[in-house]
Design a protein around this ligand. Structure first.
Ligand SMILES: Nc1ncnc2c1ncn2[C@@H]1O[C@H](COP(=O)(O)OP(=O)(O)OP(=O)(O)O)[C@@H](O)[C@H]1O
Ligand SMILES: [Mg+2]
Length: 351
């Protein structure tokens, strides 16, 4: 069992700092997902753990051992990339066995190990094929098998599912989760897909411009985002933000003069009020709004409405349909479902 610790990790390419002072303690056996917009530094951070990139500052510890200057092969990690990088001239069996052969494992133990992982990933019937004779999902499973067979203590995945179609992504995602359960290994997984991140992670690390914006279990990040950035990053459609003219007691006043009741507390510093699309109620009372469009998503619909002061809101609701376009509705927000953020974008707490 192996923990991974990052202490004050920074990385600059030339004069450009792309990772700034990341501290992170990943426990043994944990499934941690790095998520963030393109260019936020996810792959760079993962590559520094793998040893494919060296940090400009700080330390990487694996299993408590300082590996900051150790080569990848001495870190006990195995990495699966977005492009599976299988050897085209080798069979699946040879691809999976390659690392073990390099490590000079015996013939029998190689055959045994390959058989075991092939069974685990259900690719036994593909062992004699070449990569070109496989589907994308099958290739991905071979790449994962190749990573597992060396029995690493830490798995690193960089967007391993991004070349797969939606159905296969979901299926392979569940297989990776199951694999984590059965191996008990530490896994660090990079994706920019928030659904993938939320479904896989014990804890998510939200990266923003090379910094850790927030770390925590998916539901905590979703329900108690520490910053407006995290609030907006998670959820689809994203959280709605209203900018009140001012706060009066436990009410936010919009430019239109409409009032939004807030939870008990002193919200004098609130610069924006956030509410998720599923936390808005359409009914007989509340703020007047006009329906501009209704999107059908199958299991739900997204109502795009405009408040009288011009602010737009997305509302998750089954009650309206495209025929309600241009109709007037009224909406309310449960006060305890509101998220209040200060000018600096940080979450405000009552008190
Ligand atoms: N070898 C390099 N030389 C110069 N800049 C680099 C290098 N590698 C990465 N960068 C820069 O570092 C930043 C972070 O890149 P990184 O690949 O870690 O982002 P990412 O979060 O993985 O993005 P994506 O989701 O697009 O894969 C980017 O601005 C990128 O241009
Ligand atoms: Mg990347």
């Amino acid at each position: 069992m192996t923990s991974v610790t990052l202490e004050g990790i920074g990385k600059s390419f030339g004069k450009t700092e792309v990772i700034s002072h990341v501290d992170l303690a990943i426990e043994s056996g944990e499934f941690v997902v790095f998520v963030g917009a393109s260019g936020s530094g996810k792959s760079t951070l993962l590559r520094m753990i793998a040893g494919l990139e060296s940090p400009s500052s700080g330390q990487v510890l694996i299993g408590g051992r300082d590996v900051t200057s150790a080569p990848p092969s001495e870190r006990g990690v195995s990495m699966v990339f977005q492009s599976y990088a299988l050897y085209p001239h080798m069979t699946v069996r040879q691809n999976i066995a390659f690392g073990l052969k390099l490590a000079k494992a015996g013939k029998e133990s190689i055959a045994e190990a390959v058989g075991r992982v092939a069974q685990m990933l259900q690719i036994e019937n593909l062992l004699d094929r070449k990569p070109s004779q496989l589907s994308g999902g099958q290739r991905q499973r071979v790449a994962i098998a190749r990573a597992i067979v060396r029995e690493p203590e830490v798995f690193l995945f960089d967007e391993p599912l991004s070349n797969l179609d939606a159905a296969l992504r979901t299926q392979t995602r569940m297989e990776i989760k199951e694999l984590h359960r059965s191996l008990g290994a530490t896994m660090i997984y990079v994706t920019h897909d928030q659904v993938e991140a939320m479904s896989l992670a014990d804890r998510m690390v939200i990266l923003h411009q090379g910094r850790v914006e927030q770390v925590g279990p998916p539901s905590e990040l979703y329900h108690r985002p520490a910053t407006a950035y995290v609030a907006a990053f998670l959820g689809s459609p994203t959280m709605n933000f209203l900018s009140p003219e001012r706060i009066e007691g436990a009410e936010a006043l919009l430019a239109s003069g409409e009032r939004i009741p807030l939870p008990q507390g002193d919200w004098g510093k609130a610069a924006s009020v956030g509410i998720r699309p599923e936390d808005i109620e359409i009914g007989q009372e509340g703020l007047p709004a006009t329906v501009e469009m209704v999107e059908e998503l199958g299991e739900t619909r997204i109502v795009h409405a405009r408040l009288s002061d011009g602010e737009e809101l997305a509302i998750r609701s089954r009650e309206l349909s495209e025929e309600d376009r241009n109709s007037k509705i009224r909406i309310t927000f449960a006060p305890e479902r509101l998220h209040l953020f200060g000018k600096d974008g940080r979450r405000l707490e009552a008190g």
